[in-house]
Ligand binder design. Structure first.
Ligand code: SAH
Length: 213
């Protein structure tokens, strides 16, 4: 579990690359620069860790592309000590980036094996989200409401229960669409009953599935 000067150098290059692609929030760039992405991937993929690409993890899932992680994080506009719900723990990389920005993260994963893997890794690296094994469509009613909600899998529609678990003036970011491509969508809750929706370009995610396995 090493983070060498070589890794740090490659990471700095990646940060410059995603900055050129349009990520300009310095706090997001600093977080990407800080989190050792190579440690979230299986060893055979370590040489690809600092390419701006998604890569396979266990259970046929993927660690999102760094630009995508940065883009969703930038849209969330994270403030220190924000209470954030993440749907789709996956490798735990996105959760670590949010924590690096000062967020208090609650993350749900429907694959037990992925949840266990992330729960084993992140504390070793100094990141301490609250881990949950379950179905993200249900959210976490016991811990709601949340300042921010991020869904890291493709949803066909906005999960209703998650809208209810968002604070007034809170933000939810999710890829909305079918299995081939999705529109990055920002939902801002402007009052108890009002939500504003804006669209932010096309992305491709693994699907958000119901139930847990
Ligand atoms: N945030 C992750 C990206 C993982 S890919 C990272 O940084 O690595 C999306 C993840 O969402 C997968 O692990 C998938 O199993 C999970 N997922 C899909 N549907 C879900 C649901 N209904 N509830 C919780 N997790 C879900």
């Amino acid at each position: 579990m090493e983070d060498t000067y070589l890794h740090k150098g490659l990471r700095k290059k990646l940060v410059d690359e995603i900055n050129k692609k349009g990520i300009n929030d310095q706090r997001v760039l600093d977080a990407i620069n800080q989190v050792p992405r190579h440690l979230f991937m299986d060893s055979s993929f370590i040489h690809f860790a600092y390419k701006d690409q998604a890569f396979p993890i266990a259970a046929n899932q993927t660690i999102s592309q760094p630009f995508t992680v940065a883009f969703q994080t930038q849209l969330l506009n994270i403030q220190k000590s924000d209470k954030v719900l993440e749907v789709g723990t996956g490798s735990g990389y996105q959760a670590a980036v949010l924590i690096a920005m000062g967020a208090n993260v609650y993350t749900i994963e429907r694959f037990k094996v992925l949840k266990m893997k992330a729960q084993n890794l992140l504390p070793k690296l100094g990141y301490h989200p609250h881990f949950f094994y379950g179905d993200g469509y249900e959210g976490l009613p016991t811990y709601a409401p949340f300042d921010k909600i991020i869904i890291t899998a493709a949803a066909a529609e906005v999960p209703k229960k998650l809208m209810e678990q968002l604070k007034v003036h809170g933000r939810m970011v999710l890829p909305l669409g079918n299995n081939t491509s999705q529109t990055m969508t920002l939902i801002e809750r402007s009052s108890e009953h009002d939500y504003n929706k804006t669209e932010h370009g096309l992305f491709v995610f693994v699907p958000m599935l119901k139930g847990k396995v």
